[in-house]
Design a protein around this ligand. Structure first.
Ligand code: NI
Length: 170
């Protein structure tokens, strides 16, 4: 296993639609192992494949950030089929380090996808787990939590990022 480089806001793979996964093979299993290790090393509660430079519809989630690895979820081709309610919480992203903002997300979602054995899976998720699913599915659609903010808040953060880029700190 290996800790992979996490690409940051501005990298084109993060702004593109990730492609559905059709074959689960050894390469994919290796990628998943490395993504899990990368997420735990960060540490983070979720990581989508585009964040390690791979434009495929795959994410790993552990809302305990490794404290209880039994909560680990690997989901391939996730789709949010239903969502309900609203919850505002501070949210960050490993690809947008050092920035957080309050983001409105559904309180409850129903998610379908596939596990690493190619078996169909579904999750009924609330609160933080619902937020994590929404955040990671956004990544697979080329979106960031920044896209969920008001234009003013978004531009403020983007301006700060541009300054970091110019200073060679991004
Ligand atoms: Ni993220």
């Amino acid at each position: 296993m290996a800790v992979l480089e996490i690409v940051k806001f501005g990298h084109p793979v993060l702004s593109a639609q990730a492609l559905p996964i059709e074959n689960i093979n050894g390469d994919l299993q290796k990628l998943v192992s490395n993504m899990i290790e990368t997420m735990y090393a960060a540490p983070g509660v979720g990581l989508a494949a585009p964040q390690v430079g791979i434009g495929k519809r795959l994410a790993v989630i552990d809302v305990t950030a490794g404290e209880d690895p039994s909560t680990l979820i690997v989901i391939i081709n996730p789709e949010i089929k239903e969502s309900e309610g609203e919850l505002v919480r501070d949210e960050g992203c490993l690809s947008v380090p050092d920035f957080t903002a309050e983001v409105v997300r559904p309180k409850r979602v129903f998610v379908t996808g596939m596990d690493l054995n190619g078996k169909n899976v579904e999750y009924e998720a609330t609160d933080l787990l619902a937020r994590a699913f929404c955040h990671e599915v956004d990544h697979l659609n080329g979106k960031f939590f920044l896209d969920r903010l008001s234009a003013i808040k978004r531009e403020l953060i983007k301006r700060k990022i541009r300054k970091k880029v110019q200073a060679g700190e991004w």
